[in-house]
Design a protein around this ligand. Structure first.
Ligand SMILES: CC(C)(COP(=O)(O)OP(=O)(O)OC[C@H]1O[C@@H](n2cnc3c(N)ncnc32)[C@H](O)[C@@H]1OP(=O)(O)O)[C@@H](O)C(=O)NCCC(=O)NCCS
Length: 206
């Protein structure tokens, strides 16, 4: 088994979501837990994705892309983008070693992030119902830190949607050239790196 597959196998079998289960060894404890749960804010957990999450991941990214990305594309561009978001394509990428993580609210997947080869942020999507709560930042920091701990030397790229450019700028990415277009899909290439960007250095010298 290659290192990527081994990593996926390990992550796919990590019982992360079960860690949310509360101990219910006595009636007293059970009552207290219920009271806490009734008053608590819903908790969103970031977990490694499992292979059997592929359908839910596909549904979330497809719905989000239709709402926020494809309205700016031609019909061809939209079709090409959505073809790459099916459950089958998602499973193929997982099996090839892309690191997928999910944000889970209860047992519902409300966010998806994916990193390719520890160097390229491939997906970052949060359900419209859960946006603006810091979930994308938590997923980005998880993916970034994991990449840095697994051989990344301080440079991560992303092809940003028009909508997400200001979000990536908040994460420290900068635009890497102008908007590009392939198969009628447009995106803004961006880079995050640990060494200062040339423009930043020039800005400081002025
Ligand atoms: C882009 C997206 C993933 C952000 O998810 P989110 O969970 O709402 O983002 P967060 O709440 O973690 O916010 C992250 C940062 O961006 C800022 N931000 C969030 N939405 C923003 C917006 N529309 N415009 C400007 N800044 C924004 C936040 O203030 C926050 O900054 P901070 O952490 O420095 O305080 C989400 O809006 C989404 O799924 N969009 C549609 C799909 C998409 O375009 N994905 C990117 C594909 S390349």
């Amino acid at each position: 088994m290659g290192q990527g597959l081994e990593q996926m196998y390990w992550e796919a079998n990590t019982p992360c979501r079960d860690e949310q289960t509360h101990p219910r060894s006595s009636d007293d404890l059970f009552s207290r837990v219920l009271v806490v749960e009734e008053n608590a804010e819903p908790m969103v957990t970031i977990c490694p994705a499992r292979l059997d999450d592929a359908d839910a991941i596909s549904a979330l990214v497809t719905e989000s892309a239709k709402a926020f990305i494809t309205p700016h594309y031609s019909a061809t561009g939209a079709a090409v983008l959505l073809e790459g978001m099916t459950a089958g394509e998602t499973r193929v990428r997982m099996e090839r070693g892309f690191r997928y993580i999910v944000a889970v609210d209860g047992d519902v997947i409300v966010g998806v992030g994916a990193m390719k080869e520890n160097t390229h942020l491939y997906h970052l999507f949060v359900a419209a119902t859960h946006q603006g709560q810091g979930i994308a930042r938590r997923m980005w920091e998880d993916l970034r830190d994991h990449a840095l701990a697994h051989g990344n030397t301080g440079r991560i790229t992303v092809n940003s949607s028009r909508y997400a450019v200001p979000v990536y700028e908040r994460f420290g990415f900068f635009k890497d050239g102008g908007i590009t277009e392939k198969n009628e899909i447009t995106c803004q290439p961006m880079v995050w790196q640990t060494v200062p960007h040339e423009t930043d250095v020039e800005d400081r010298q002025i």
